[in-house]
Design a protein around this ligand. Sequence first.
Ligand SMILES: Nc1ncnc2c1ncn2[C@@H]1O[C@H](COP(=O)(O)OP(=O)(O)OP(=O)(O)O)[C@@H](O)[C@H]1O
Length: 398
Amino acid sequence: MPIIQVENLSKIFGKNPSQAQKLLDEGYSKEEILQKTGNTVGVNRASFDVEEGEIFVIMGLSGSGKSTLVRLINRLIEPTEGSVKINGENLAKMNKQDLREVRRQKLSMVFQRFALFPHRTVLSNAEFGLEVQGMDKSKRSEKAKEALELVGLGSFINQLPGQLSGGMQQRVGLARALANDPEVLLMDEAFSALDPLIRKEMQDELLDLQERMQKTILFITHDLDEALRIGDRIALMKDGSIVQIGSPEDILVNPANDYVEKFVEDVDRSKVLSAQNIMKRPETVNIEKHGPRVALERMREEGLSSIYVTDRSRNLKGYVTADKASEAKKNDIKDLTEIMETDVPTASLDTPMNEIFDMIHDSPVPIAVVEDGKLRGIIVRGAVISALAGSEVSINES
Ligand SMILES: Nc1ncnc2c1ncn2[C@@H]1O[C@H](COP(=O)(O)OP(=O)(O)OP(=O)(O)O)[C@@H](O)[C@H]1O
């Protein structure tokens, strides 16, 4: 079961939310609704699941509804419509006591401005959530120390926040949330106040932490690069609605509409896309069955100047060029092995685009994408160029 289930969730601020929702459903825009009714659309019928152990990013420009959505998820505000379930339990049905328990044990917030107490030590700040829960001193110290170790602050526990850099302060905030050992970390623009280099460092650290601890993380950001970098999946919001949910690659390669397309136009694709996103189904000949004559025919039919050679189980053996095949045919050579090149340019499914770009530059043949020795696809020059340029690319798996 997904750990968070959001269904048809709406929040409209103002005096007549149900009238506004009706207009929204009829297709009026957020702006028109504000003009007509004076109500503001916060979130409009959002639906998604967050699976255990994933980093789910909610991404959108300022005012698109991210914070409202997070506040609905921990029920700091009440929805106009729809539901939020945590581990299958409907938040709307919980009393205050249950809700407090959920916030404590299941969802921990990490904030943008760290929310640290300046006169408390790092350790005491990290203990804060546990202190509020009434955990005794020695136990909470132990847990807070563990969390501080995890974020690399083990030797700073007696410092005051003011003695630490911004990045380190953010780690204290993160340690405080981790000390609670929540099922889900809610991170609302958690890295937005950090300068770019530190921010990147924190992103790496979060990914690393995630790998070690398999936490479920709901991460809010207005920064597309950040979203693409850390998200397993991203929900892209505009005017309160989710316009697309998908992996970073999905969003780049198959933008759902003009808005998303425009949005991702300037992204450095070389960092996000990998071989599997741009490979296509290869034409091949079978080393056990075919000779130079068949290879040549196939290349002529498909307009290729070379063709990959595999065995019956698709293990990659090499390639032959049209020139060699035609010469072999003339000289009545029957065996592909005699004319086959075995020095093949290969990539794996997750080889990043920038490496492929470098490889394809001086490669006489398309790059072979290989997994466990088997040929999974090929990458032609044009696909690399058009993917980098952001135009349509075809995704084909063999
Ligand atoms: N308490 C409120 N009363 C009225 N309108 C609100 C309230 N809170 C948010 N809104 C409106 O709801 C919309 C979504 O705001 P929200 O803060 O969720 O966006 P956001 O994507 O988090 O933006 P930011 O990145 O600037 O925080 C905005 O139009 C905002 O003006």
